[in-house]
Design a protein around this ligand. Structure first.
Ligand SMILES: [Fe+2]
Length: 224
């Protein structure tokens, strides 16, 4: 089973509540993919030695990893941080989070600027593309433990909305096609595969944006 996502209501009530529309308007994984949001389900009980996680990290180049516990007693400046996480913002790099325990919500803007709420729970790994406006909150259980992944040295800087002047934002907005090119087996021509694109020419492919590990890395080419 995958994650559940839905369009949000516009109520100012507690951010930790689900904020579903009545009736609920669900958002599929495919729709999330169209926004550049990728998802994997893993077994969080074995995260320390999980070959599936290891493979994803190798394929995607997620060299950095740390673990953050968001809970009143364990996170310094808890209230202040929660408020900060819920400010609408973007990053210059992908945001990659793997929920090891507890639950949380990621909210992302769709292409029409509507909020979509993504309910994350144990075992959910998600990537939000660089340049997408988003925010984060705990749900009413007030606890989550998450792995933060990053390509290279982590940069956590957030740019609060409005941040439309950043090139990354403009590239994200223009990236709705989500296409890229792959060298064909006969080495003579190219085919297009629809997928997630990131701006540093890191690509991923497949049903969950995962490049099959059997594909050689150098079979990926920039579009011409
Ligand atoms: Fe963020």
């Amino acid at each position: 089973m995958g994650i559940e996502a839905w369009y949000m209501d516009s109520s100012d009530e507690d951010q930790r509540k689900p904020h579903r529309l009545q009736p609920n308007q669900a958002v599929s994984l495919e729709e999330l993919k169209q926004l550049g949001v990728c998802y994997w389900k893993l077994n969080a009980d074995i995260y320390e030695n999980d070959p599936a996680l290891k493979q994803i990290r190798e394929d995607q180049g997620y060299s950095y990893m740390d673990i953050i516990t968001i809970k009143k007693d364990t996170l310094p400046n808890y209230e202040e941080k929660l408020k900060m996480f819920f400010e609408e913002h973007l990053h210059l790099d992908d945001e990659i989070r793997y929920i090891l325990d507890g639950q949380a919500y990621f909210d992302v803007r769709d292409k029409k600027d509507q909020w979509i709420r993504i309910a994350m729970s144990k075992g959910d790994l998600i990537t939000l593309p660089a340049g997408i406006y988003h925010r984060f909150t705990l749900d009413e259980t007030n606890y989550t433990k998450a792995m933060r992944l990053f390509v290279g040295e982590p940069v956590w800087k957030a740019y609060n909305r409005p941040a439309d002047e950043y090139e990354i934002r403009q590239k994200y907005v223009a990236s709705s096609a989500c296409f890229f090119w792959v060298l064909r087996d006969d080495s003579s021509s190219y085919m297009v595969v629809r997928l997630k694109r990131t701006l540093s020419w890191r690509y991923s492919v497949g049903s969950c944006c995962t490049r099959p590990s059997s594909w050689p890395r150098d079979s990926f080419r920039r579009p011409r």
